[in-house]
Design a protein around this ligand. Structure first.
Ligand code: NAD
Length: 321
């Protein structure tokens, strides 16, 4: 078995490699050669923790396994990250365990890669202003990955907790871009691409704040009850997602579907755009919205890439098992 500890991931994995792995996975999902198994997520009644599994199988890449972990709110006080996860990969031919891979940094990279894939395929080519809603841990990864896809000349941002905005200005500075903290009205008026990455349970952006031609990547809503944009916006937009079943049940589309404003058949897979079976954006005026719910196959894809890189560089830790 190969072990790649959390501390080795940063030296092995790049945002570019994560992007390629996630784009290929979304394409395989849409070809029906890769599928996710039902997600398990439980409050375990200890340490206030939420614990679960995301798993699946990609028949083309022969990626089989699971990401297990969750959220331990007391971790920060112990000097640990609240979100904890580990990926286990299995040999698809024998069922034997193949690898144990740290999943914390990989989760941020694969989530940022998903919105970047949507920007590559759905944002207007001439997009110049990136709008960020959310300034938590994931936001910096999101901004870096987005800026690799379009020639942005400015970042505007909003966050419920303004004291966190320094993360956005620091990251924009690192990318050589000016940053401006703005109201939500200003953000909608200026941004060509908007990423939402918050833990919100109420709509932050309203339909009327979004101008024609905008692409939104809504990345924070990954649980029943969470919401980042007004449901009515999904009727003004063409809606894409990683996996339709998750989009309508735990993703941003859950609210528009529950309100009868959107049908499951109105939501398209981003993989279909990648594969060329869906045209994607049809005009410069269209609003496109990617509902990024986060699937287990993304985790398997980036973990498999890390194992490949560790082996290629001769730094893979092997243990008999
Ligand atoms: P974090 O705790 O570091 O930051 C949380 C962010 O949400 C901050 O910007 C905070 O100000 C904002 N926020 C908190 N409560 C809010 C509220 N009630 N209304 C509006 N904003 C609020 O979290 P993070 O690691 O940056 O993750 C952000 C979100 O992304 C989480 O909810 C997480 O579950 C989700 N996530 C999704 C995926 C996916 O694949 N879709 C993957 C990882 C994380």
């Amino acid at each position: 078995m190969t072990v790649v500890p959390e501390g080795d991931i940063a030296g092995l994995m790049s945002a570019e490699a994560a992007f390629e792995a996630v784009e290929a996975t979304f394409a395989a999902m849409s070809r029906r050669s890769a599928y996710n198994f039902p997600v398990i997520r439980e409050a375990i009644g200890h340490a206030d923790a939420l614990y679960g599994f995301k798993s699946g199988f990609d028949r083309d890449a022969l990626a089989l396994g699971l990401k297990s972990g969750g959220y331990w709110p007391g971790n920060a006080a112990r000097g640990l990250t609240n979100h904890q996860s580990t990926v286990i990969l299995f040999d698809a031919d024998t069922g034997r365990v193949k690898a144990l891979v740290g999943g914390n940094l990989l989760t941020a990279l694969r989530t940022a890669a998903a919105s970047a894939v949507s920007i590559k395929h759905l944002a207007r080519p001439d997009a110049k202003v990136l709008g960020m809603v959310g300034a938590g841990h994931q936001s910096a990864f999101q901004m870096r990955a987005a800026c690799a896809q379009r020639d942005f000349d400015k970042v505007v941002g909003w966050n419920l907790h303004p004291e966190m905005l320094s993360r956005l200005s620091d990251t924009a500075g690192e990318l050589g871009l000016p940053f401006e903290a703005v109201s939500l009205d200003e953000l909608g008026a200026q941004a060509d691409v908007i990423i939402t990455i918050t833990s919100s349970f109420d709509p932050i952006l309203k339909a009327g704040q979004i101008r024609p031609g905008t692409h939104l990547a809504c990345m924070g809503t990954d649980t029943r009850g969470k919401q980042e944009v007004e449901a009515a916006l999904l009727t003004r937009a063409t809606v894409f997602t990683d996996e339709i079943a998750q989009s309508v049940s735990i993703g941003e589309a859950q609210h528009a579907v529950a309100a009868g404003l959107l049908a499951e058949s109105d939501v398209a897979e981003i993989g279909a755009v990648i594969n060329g079976t869906h045209p994607g954006r049809r005009s410069a005026e269209e609003i496109t919205l990617f509902d990024g719910t986060g699937v287990g196959l993304q985790d398997l894809a980036v973990a498999a890439k890390v194992v490949e890189l560790a082996e290629a560089r001769g730094v893979a830790q092997k243990i008999p098992f």
